[in-house]
Design a protein around this ligand. Structure first.
Ligand code: ARG
Ligand code: ZN
Length: 878
């Protein structure tokens, strides 16, 4: 095992900074390999910090050129500089100005943190600790300063120069080919929100007037020639701004709002003040190159980053343990936005699918951690589904418990009382405690306890007394560092449905008028009176809490819910539960009676008969069976991915055969007649049609192949073309290989489209895929340096291809391990993300488990691992 493990950072060790920085003046002279940065910091001792201590500034691979204190050049001996820190042993006890000159090489920056180059353009990424790669600084979120930035570059190389805040001045540098721009951001901000951009960029823009009548220019910058692909992003931005005014009363606060798309980016996007920088995958869209899912993601991420202007920037985080304070809240806000712009129930189902696939998985793995972790070795490893998605669920539960009005009042108070500060989760909860008079201390366990609670629900009907009792029992499994837990406060939104599908109005005083029962003990029961017949309970409506539910309902009762429940989420859930039971049985060698299979199939058929076409997007979700990864998670131990693959195929074939006529009919009637539009209703029709194609093909490969090839050739948009190619992928042979070649030719100049092509091929569940992936790594469009390429090919192989990544001979694990090691030398964040694909290794059957352990050990034993990979590999093996 490694011995040189990184230092542990603990929440309980937090103390305020000993020094503060009030103002930052930056002068950045861009150059491909020798960029010069002069930072002038107006500093003073922090009254809340310790006195008579040295000043220690953070650095990371920076090269110090000169340093002066109050304009006096410091001599060797008065300071100590290394690439990691700059220490001044006897700093002044009153305000002072520190001027630091550093030199950095943006071209050599393959980590994509700090200042780097992407397709020749200069850009930055500073969250979480990237600013220290630009200059020495107090690089922590509770040090807030007002920044003025002067950016200078060769005009031909970088005609566009962008910074945070408002543009102040720009012009030529006399007698040179260089020019400059000065930007000033009046809002004090932490260094992680700093950004600058310099490059050749095209632009789309429009004016926006805020609710109080202020004029703002909003703009999106992209690669020249791709401006038309930025229109949707600009539109989504405008809609986000209007929505945040209407729903949360939040107004934009600068004169300009700029978004820049870059093609090399570690994450989705970044909310730098007034200058959001995006992975171009989440900006660029045209019907020919982007799918409906891409459009939905663009809308959500544009909104997410914009919403951070209040939840993150105006109110920021005291320290990185509070990351969920901005991320969980902002995910909640973007989910609400998408729900309002699209279909709320459909969006809720999509959210829950992601939560289960990513967060529940993480929470049941060695990487499980609380929404607010209490310790970390590498903060970049905590930008997780738990912090983001479970963090959003906590906010949603809070809203469910206190109600819409008090939630809005609490949010207003939070913004008002914390504006301009670096806050904590306690500050957030205090706002809601203050407006409601409630004690939220028990509720706050959601932030501190890791693991997904399991809630057992048992119903008892008393025919004579006409009462219905529901017994609830909650259990939270042990997780790393947390062997035992306290019961949580779990909001259960519920109702009763009669066996013939009618809503039942039974009384229960423990259930609020909004239909919420609060389960806050390990065990509790509630009793409904005046229940005239045995009901079917519909619990956790709308997925009211991020828990796993065990229900003692029969398949027949679940199918009553699928048919009749007033809650769309539980209708979908009922179908999933019935299918999951069958899939688990088939995957684990438990016999399934023909009648069971037939009753599921006929439930699907009658669903298609009655109401599928009234909400196609919802119907597409019902018709999509739990994924192989979902089934593996449900089984939980000694998993055999091959058996799961066979089981899922069998059930799909069965349903496809039983409902063949309906499916054919849907496929025909839903054919597109109008020009492509990315709106939710049109997307829903495409989703249902393509789900039908998938099931048809499962039932009759030949017929499916024919339809899919036709669709592939004639498709007028990327959604339909890609869906048909996805179907063809399931059928080995020349038709498939020709389509793969055709797609490659068509889109050879479209890197983001070829990413989809990489993904589909990496997901082929056949033994030859390993070689295919290795071959594709040599493809001219592939680059180990570009995170989008690596995630599309390698990430998809590891996360989507259950049978080939988890090959019984261990070759899938070995391939991933070797790529992780290669990537780690260039980009540790990318490498450690890939490595999280091993989080399922302990649930595999023993042969696979030992192969996976060996692969992980081979990584752990390598010298000079990054902190990122070292941390993940060690936690995975614990
Ligand atoms: N704050 C960004 C967001 O909106 C994520 C940036 C994370 N970057 C990183 N290198 N860890 O979600
Ligand atoms: Zn965010």
């Amino acid at each position: 095992m490694r011995t040189d493990v990184a230092q542990l950072v603990r929440l309980e060790d937090y103390r305020p900074s000993d020094f503060l920085i009030d103002r930052v003046e930056l002068d950045v002279r861009l150059h491909p390999t020798m960029t010069k940065v002069t930072a002038t910091l107006s500093m003073r001792p922090n009254p809340a910090g310790r006195s008579d201590v040295p000043l220690v500034l953070d650095g990371d691979e920076v090269n110090l050129k000169a340093i002066a204190l109050d304009e006096r050049v410091l001599e060797v001996g008065e300071f100590e500089a290394s690439p990691q820190s700059l220490v001044i042993s006897q700093p002044p006890q009153q305000p002072f100005r520190l001027t630091i000159e550093t030199e950095i090489d943006p071209t050599a920056n393959t980590k994509l943190m700090g200042l780097y180059r992407s397709s020749g353009n200069y850009c930055t990424q500073c969250e979480a600790e990237g600013f220290r790669r630009i200059t020495y600084f107090l690089d922590r979120p509770d040090v807030l300063a007002v920044y003025t930035t002067r950016i200078e570059a060769e005009r031909v190389e970088a005609p566009v120069l962008l910074g945070n805040g408002n543009p102040v001045e720009s012009g030529a540098v006399e007698g040179t080919g260089r020019h400059y721009a000065i930007w000033h951001d009046p809002f004090p901000k932490p260094s992680y929100l700093f950004a600058l951009v310099g490059g050749r960029l095209g632009r789309v823009a429009k004016p926006f007037t805020t609710m109080s009548g202020r004029k703002v220019e909003i703009a999106v910058y992209v690669e020249p020639g791709k401006e038309h692909r930025a229109d949707y992003a600009l539109d989504a931005l405008e809609r986000s701004m209007i929505w945040d005014e209407k729903v949360f009363g939040r107004e934009y606060d600068l004169d300009v709002f700029n978004i820049v798309a870059v093609s090399d980016f570690n994450m989705g996007a970044m909310e730098n003040k007034g200058l959001n920088i995006f992975n171009d995958k989440y900006v660029l869209a045209s019907p020919e190159t982007a799918t409906d899912t891409d459009y939905a993601n663009i809308e959500a991420i544009i909104a997410h980053e914009y919403f951070h202007n209040w939840s993150g920037n105006r109110v920021t985080c005291r320290d990185w343990f509070q990351l969920c304070l901005k991320e969980g809240l902002t995910v909640f806000r973007d989910q609400e936005f998408s729900s309002d712009e699209r279909s709320r129930p459909v969006h809720r189902i999509a959210e829950v699918k992601t939560l289960r696939a990513r967060q529940f998985l993480e929470d049941s793995s060695p990487l499980s951690h609380p929404v607010r972790p209490s310790q970390y070795r590498e903060i970049n490893n905590f930008y997780t589904a738990t912090v983001y998605e479970k963090g959003a669920e906590i906010v949603r539960m809070l809203k469910t418990i206190i109600g819409d009005e008090d939630f809005r009042r609490g949010m207003d108070l939070y913004y008002e009382s914390c504006d301009g500060t670096a806050a904590t989760v306690e500050d957030f909860l205090k706002a809601f405690a203050d407006v409601t008079g409630r004690d939220l201390s028990h509720f706050s366990h959601w932030y501190a306890q890791s693991g997904t609670p399991r809630v057992n629900v048992h119903g008892h009907y008393d025919e004579a007394a006409k009462t219905y009792r529901i017994d609830f029992k909650q259990q939270i499994p042990p997780t790393p560092g947390q062997p035992t837990k306290e019961p949580m406060v779990i909001p259960v939104v519920l109702g009763l449905v009669s066996q013939d599908g009618q809503p039942m109005q039974a009384a229960c005083e423990r259930v609020s008028t909004r239909g919420v029962f609060l389960l806050d003990k390990a065990e509790d029961s509630i009793t409904f009176t005046g229940v005239s017949s045995r009901p079917v309970p519909s619990v956790f409506r709308g997925f009211s809490a991020p828990v796993k539910v065990s229900l003692d309902l029969s398949s027949e009762e679940l199918l009553v819910l699928l048919r009749h429940d007033t809650d769309a989420f539980n209708r979908w859930q009922a179908a999933q539960t019935v299918a999951m039971r069958m899939l688990v049985s088939l995957s684990t060698g438990v016999a399934v009676r023909d009648e069971e299979m037939n009753s599921l199939a006929s439930a699907f058929c009658s669903f298609m008969d009655r109401d599928a076409l009234s909400d196609p997007a919802f119907a597409a979700l019902v018709l999509t069976l739990p994924s192989e990864a979902d089934i593996a998670q449900e089984i939980g131990k000694d998993v055999d991915p091959d058996a799961i693959h066979r089981a899922r195929k069998e059930v799909r074939r069965h349903i496809g055969r039983a409902c063949f006529e309906h499916l054919t009919d849907f496929y025909r009637t839903l054919a597109e007649t109008e020009a492509y539009s990315p709106d939710a209703a049109s997307a829903g029709r495409r989703a249902l049609r393509n789900a039908a194609l998938d099931l048809l093909t499962a039932a009759d490969q030949q017929a499916g192949e024919k339809l899919a090839s036709e669709q592939f050739e004639t498709a007028s948009n990327m959604t339909d073309r890609l869906a048909s190619l996805g179907v063809l992928m399931t059928i080995p042979g020349m038709v498939r290989e020709n389509a793969i070649g055709d797609f490659e030719q068509r889109y050879r100049n479209e890197p983001l489209v070829l990413d989809k092509w990489f993904t589909l091929q990496a997901a082929i569940p056949e033994d030859t895929t390993l070689d295919r992936v290795k071959r594709l790594m040599e493809h001219p469009a592939f680059s180990i340096n570009n995170p989008n390429r690596v995630r599309s090919l390698i990430g998809s192989f590891a996360m989507l291809n259950q049978v080939q990544f988890n090959r019984k001979d261990g070759a899938g694990y070995a391939l991933l391990a070797s790529i992780v090691l290669r990537a780690d030398e260039l980009n540790p964040q990318l490498a450690s993300r890939l490595l999280t694909a091993f989080s399922t290794w302990k649930m595999m059957e023993s042969t696979r488990r030992s192969h996976a352990r060996r692969a992980l050990q081979s990584i752990a034993q390598k010298p000079n691992l990054s902190r990122d990979v070292g941390d993940i590999v060690n936690r995975s093996l614990e």
